[in-house]
Design a protein around this ligand. Structure first.
Ligand code: GH3
Ligand code: MG
Ligand code: MG
Ligand code: MG
Length: 373
């Protein structure tokens, strides 16, 4: 409320002559005044006033000035009432009575007979207090609003930093944070931790045939299908362009390979309708589990990448996994299958290249692990 706006004043006075005089003096000063003969009659109108001033006599027949003040303070505590600046105006003029009046919750105390100029000055003090309280309240509201907006922004920023815009899967940065945590938490107990590298087959050709936005739509559909299939959707993310990485903590490699194969079959069964065309697609998967010889997440990813590349080499739309002997095998191969040594993808085909690790050195690690077993 700005300075020019006058606050409402409620007068509570049982003496008609004093009541009339107060009404006239304050009315002449420009205030909106309502007057009542005792506290009981004034209580409800004060509650309806919201913020404002009360000038009350002490001695009154029904509910005296102290009782009214106590009732208003209680209502304020209960948040059923705004800010009331309460001035007691009484013929009781000993220091003890002034102290008692203020102790009952009055903001100010004026003794009768009062000086009209002093009354107006004290009312103005009350106005200043009310204005400050209103400003404080408004500032609180503004701060709360700003905090709420900040929280929304922080949330949005976190989204942007962690979520891939096209597929809405965790992006690589976010997924690797989770990966590092999983790696560290299960390392002591040698808990199984498998990872699946999923790469869309011949995706360049799909883009060339149907257009880039059809390609985008297919990628999003594949991402959704992957999420539906894996036990924990928050552990699959977009690794790169048309590559996804799925983390399967607690699953040994053979079980992880079966999850990967169901995921592969889901994708192969998709019929993506876009712009009048029905598009089919497929993925190749490489599945590797953590071995004792692996020292970091990168090594597991590199192994899965190499296995995925072997799936590509053998015709795509299939799952290759890392056997306990450190060799790669296609899922479903008979017991006679000897397995094949992991083949490092050529530089242009390796997804691990983007993590800036020396692939050719590291791809040996699963073999090294097997040799130690
Ligand atoms: P392969 O079976 O060997 O994996 O063949 P490919 O064509 O899938 O692999 P290649 O690495 O040759 O091409 C990947 C293509 O994926 C090239 C790139 O333009 C496309 N791509 C990557 N990200 C996106 C994307 O966000 N949207 C679309 N539409 N295409 C993308
Ligand atoms: Mg009286
Ligand atoms: Mg690729
Ligand atoms: Mg591909």
């Amino acid at each position: 409320m700005n300075d020019a706006v006058k606050w409402q004043i409620v007068i509570v006075e049982d003496d008609p002559a004093t009541r009339k005089l107060l009404e006239r003096q304050l009315g002449d000063a420009g205030y909106v005044v309502r007057a009542f003969g005792d506290g009981r009659a004034a209580l409800q109108p004060i509650c309806e006033m919201g913020n404002g001033l009360v000038i009350a006599d002490w001695e009154m027949p029904a509910m005296n000035g102290l009782e009214l003040c106590a009732a208003l303070r209680e209502l304020h505590e209960l948040q059923a009432l705004g800010n009331i600046y309460y001035i007691l105006l009484s013929a009781h003029s000993t220091k003890e009575q002034v102290v008692e009046g203020l102790a009952a919750g009055a903001n100010d105390y004026l003794t009768k007979p009062y000086h009209p100029g002093e009354l107006l000055a004290r009312v103005q003090v009350g106005e200043r207090m009310l204005r400050l309280q209103a400003e404080l309240l408004q500032r609180n509201v503004d701060v709360q609003k700003a905090n709420a907006q900040m929280a929304i922004l922080a949330n949005r920023l976190e989204q942007l930093a962690n979520v891939d815009a096209l597929t809405e899967l965790p992006n690589r940065r976010c997924l690797f944070q989770r990966f590092e945590q999983l790696w560290a938490s299960g390392r002591q107990e040698s808990a199984p931790l498998s990872c699946v590298m999923v790469d869309v087959d011949s995706f360049k050709q799909l883009n060339d045939t149907y257009g880039h936005s059809a390609g985008d739509h297919v990628l999003k559909t594949i991402a959704d299908a992957i999420c539906q299939r894996v036990p924990r959707a928050e552990l699959c993310g977009r690794f790169g362009g048309e590559e996804f990485l799925v983390l399967l903590p607690g699953l040994p490699t053979a079980e992880a390979a079966r999850v990967a194969d169901r995921l592969r079959a889901d994708v192969a069964g998709l019929r993506v309708v876009y712009d009048g065309a029905t598009i089919t697609t497929s993925v190749s998967c490489g599945v590797a589990g953590r071995t004792p010889a692996m020292s970091c997440t990168d090594e597991l990813v590199i192994a899965a990448d190499a296995l995925m590349y072997m799936a590509k080499q053998h015709g795509r739309n299939q799952v290759w996994f890392l056997g306990p002997d450190g060799r790669g095998r296609p899922l479903g191969a008979g017991p006679d299958h000897r397995g094949e040594p992991l083949v490092a993808p050529p530089p242009g085909k390796s997804v691990a290249r983007t993590r800036d690790v020396r692939r050719r050195d590291r791809v040996q690690s699963p073999h090294a692990a097997a040799a130690h077993q």
